[in-house]
Ligand binder design. Structure first.
Ligand SMILES: [Zn+2]
Ligand SMILES: [Zn+2]
Length: 717
């Protein structure tokens, strides 16, 4: 008898079932659990009879459903991120595979009986269908039968005029890719060619560090192409779904009909179909966001993580993994190369290059040889002294006018949505806060309606006619949002088409894609938006990029705050003058004297990184140490505080007993925003320069069930 541990969806622990049959790890099986039939995945096996009663495995549904590497990856993430294995598997395997034995939709290939001739048929539609099939090589895929012949087809099948042949996994209609505007091949520049050779010569990881507009995508394409003779599967991971269309076009040219996309917005059915097509070998290139990294590919030979510095590559719920962890795990397990790409790598990546753990490949020049855009700083304090408190400074207005007059386009970036930041009574100073969060409500305007909205929990209030405390009717507003910027632009440039991209305006699945298409085809127009518009977009006619308020995010007490602001600003700047003409960037800020802006102005990303890196080395901050965050959340503030303090004290005591208190440092703090969504958060931090010792300690500590553990948090606040 064999005893199998089987993971079920939404069941925390893997329970044990018995069977006389040999099953393999990764098999998909049916079992009875609490009087219900359930589908699970075999994750463990033993021949030792356990000391409790076990029920039999009902049936094997699909052998080798998950390959060994994927199962090991799931186990690794489960262990390192303190998350039940079944939860990791739930994230990896589409939902329908847990609920239906065979959720995959297939198409059948029908072939016409060779002996059938048209004169046997009497009905005119039957004759027409016969002719259609004759012109179609006497065969048809079930999904390609014209509507007019659907009934006739049934008759033909009934009369055995048609015979069923092989079958294939159907392509979800919604995911059919637009092949019409397929990209052509560009010859590589000598710089790109050199970079490609370096990447191909490396068996593990490379950082492709290329300035914006240096043509990284072309290098990626040729990298996949060079692998093509091995009939490889390859993954291309990127931070935003909005960036996929450009890439699909690029890769479809190389791998016609063998490209698929994967992201969290796919429907359950779409996921099943894409998954099945990958497993059947029909898909060679998978383009997707971080969840795509977990999708098993049978012959995976290369992985690319583009815009690797983006924080969206971190999973913000359990398991709280970084996409780079998955890539580095798979690269080691499968001995395959991978490439991280960025114009502004994150500090961890910079550290890996410094310690020679990553191969550095540089693209310091733009493909079209256009000079890097010229960056001009605008001091908003001076602007305010001149009496201009609006989001568009005199210099920015002048630059926009000139660029529009020359027939070009403008992109304006403001990383705040809504109309204004906080609102306050002019007389008593009463401010409007969210009842659920320690946050000010933001003013939103649509038409004549004024609303106050919380950007954390979405709570909404009508803007009051008068101050609830003193009943006066005058208010002051702090900060600008994209709505206010749009309003002002309408006043200043009434004839100019405006496109506003932010979360209030872009709600549908294809809204953003469609807006970008319109913008591209509308000369002399302005695109304004939040960080949605910062990444990867490539417009030939954008000659001016205005950063309306560069200070957003700089005040946060986090060691990564400046790093992130710099990355964002450099990304946004990269949207200007990508082809033929040198672009122009105007950066508005209240703190123009910060060193960050000097680095930005000189496009000296390396200088900036080196300075930040030295700071982190000196203070022993990540990536030079590991800081793990243990999160305590409760509806009751006193409870949360008490839980945090008692955990902290227990940890201190334990560290002392194990004589680890010199190696691992424990601290605690309330969250920077202590109350969000009506819940209070407190943190305990564990910091160590010895990652292995810290990991080992954390693995062996008996954590209270209520805490959440983030071993490598995006931020400490
Ligand atoms: Zn008042
Ligand atoms: Zn709120």
């Amino acid at each position: 008898m064999f005893y199998y541990q089987i993971a079920l969806r939404q069941v925390q622990d893997a329970y044990t079932w018995e069977s006389t049959e040999v099953l393999n790890l990764g098999d998909r099986v049916e079992v009875r659990f609490r009087n219900r039939k359930k589908i699970g995945i075999v994750v463990g096996v033993s021949t030792d009879k356990p000391n409790f009663k076990t029920a039999p495995v009902l049936s094997l549904i699909q052998a080798n459903f998950l390959n060994e590497t994927s199962l090991k990856l799931a186990q690794y993430l489960s262990k390192t991120h303190f998350t039940a294995l079944s939860k990791v598997l739930t994230l990896m395997v589409p939902e329908s595979f847990w609920s239906k034995p065979d959720p995959v939709k297939k198409e059948t290939y029908w072939q016409l009986d060779e002996d059938l001739t048209i004169d046997i048929l009497s009905h005119p539609t039957q004759k027409k269908y016969f002719e259609f099939l004759e012109n179609n090589n006497h065969e048809v895929w079930s999904n390609e039968i014209p509507d007019a012949f659907k009934n006739t087809h049934k008759t033909f099948v009934k009369k055995t005029f048609l015979k069923a042949g092989r079958s294939r996994v159907s392509i979800e209609h919604s995911l059919k890719l637009d092949l019409a505007n397929s990209d052509s091949n560009h010859a590589l520049t000598s710089q790109q060619d050199g970079a490609l050779k370096l990447i191909l010569g490396c068996q593990s990881g490379s950082l492709l560090w290329g300035v914006t507009g240096s043509g990284k995508t072309e290098v990626y394409k040729q990298f996949f192409k060079a692998l093509q003779k091995e009939d490889p599967d390859a993954q291309f991971l990127l931070p935003e779904i909005a960036l996929t269309p450009q890439l699909i076009t690029a890769f479809n040219h190389l791998f016609p009909s063998e490209v698929a996309v994967w992201h969290s917005n796919l429907t359950a059915n779409e996921k099943v179909q894409v998954w099945a097509r990958i497993q059947s070998g029909a898909i060679k290139v998978l383009i997707g966001t971080r969840s795509a990294a977990l999708v098993p590919m049978p012959n995976l030979k290369a992985m690319i993580l583009d815009e690797e510095h983006e924080w969206t590559f971190k999973n913000e719920f359990n398991p709280r993994f970084w996409t780079h962890e998955v890539i580095e795990f798979l690269s080691k397990a499968l001995k395959i190369p991978y490439v991280y790409g960025s114009a502004t790598p994150k500090l961890r990546t910079y550290h890996l290059v410094q310690t020679k753990a990553l191969n550095l490949v540089e693209l310091p020049e733009r493909v079209h040889k256009t000079a890097m855009p010229k960056i001009t700083l605008i001091d908003l304090k001076q602007e305010a002294k001149r009496g201009n408190f609006s989001p568009v400074s005199a210099a920015l207005q002048e630059a926009i006018t000139e660029v529009l007059a020359s027939g070009k386009q403008v992109v304006l970036f403001l990383n705040k949505r809504g109309y204004a930041g906080s609102a306050m009574c002019r007389y008593c100073g009463d401010a409007f806060g969210c009842d659920n969060c320690d946050m000010s409500l933001k003013l939103h305007r649509s038409g004549s309606n004024s609303l106050l909205i919380c950007h954390v929990c979405g709570a909404m209030k009508r803007f009051p006619k008068c101050c609830p405390s003193c009943h006066k009717t005058e208010f002051t507003f702090k900060g600008w949002g994209t709505q206010q910027l749009e309003n002002q632009l309408k006043e200043l440039f009434p004839q100019t088409p405006l496109f506003r991209a932010d979360k209030d305006n872009i709600t549908g699945r294809y809204d953003f894609e469609n807006m970008l298409k319109y913008f591209k085809n509308t000369p002399q127009s302005i695109l304004l938006g939040t960080q949605m518009i910062a990444k990867g977009l490539d417009f030939a006619d954008v000659a001016l990029v205005g950063i309306v308020l560069a200070d957003v995010g700089l005040h946060l007490p986090d060691h990564h705050a400046e790093e992130r602001v710099y990355q964002l600003l450099e990304q946004v700047s990269g949207r200007a003058g990508r082809r033929h003409t040198q672009g122009q960037i105007l950066v508005q800020s209240f703190q123009t004297d910060l060193p960050l802006f000097e680095f930005l102005q000189r496009h000296n990303t390396k200088g900036f990184m080196q300075q930040k890196y030295e700071e982190h080395v000196q203070l022993k901050l990540p990536p030079l140490s590991q800081v793990s965050k243990i999160i305590i959340v409760d509806h009751n503030k006193a409870n949360a505080f008490a839980m945090c303090k008692s955990l902290y004290m227990a940890l201190e005591k334990n560290l002392e007993e194990l004589a680890l208190d010199k190696v691992i440092e424990a601290t605690w703090a309330p969250a920077f925003f202590p109350k969000l969504h009506n819940k209070y958060s407190f943190y305990v931090f564990l910091k160590s320069e010895d990652q292995a010792v810290l990991a080992n300690f954390m693995q062996n500590y008996d954590w209270p069930k209520e805490v959440k553990i983030d071993v490598s948090p995006v931020s400490l606040i």
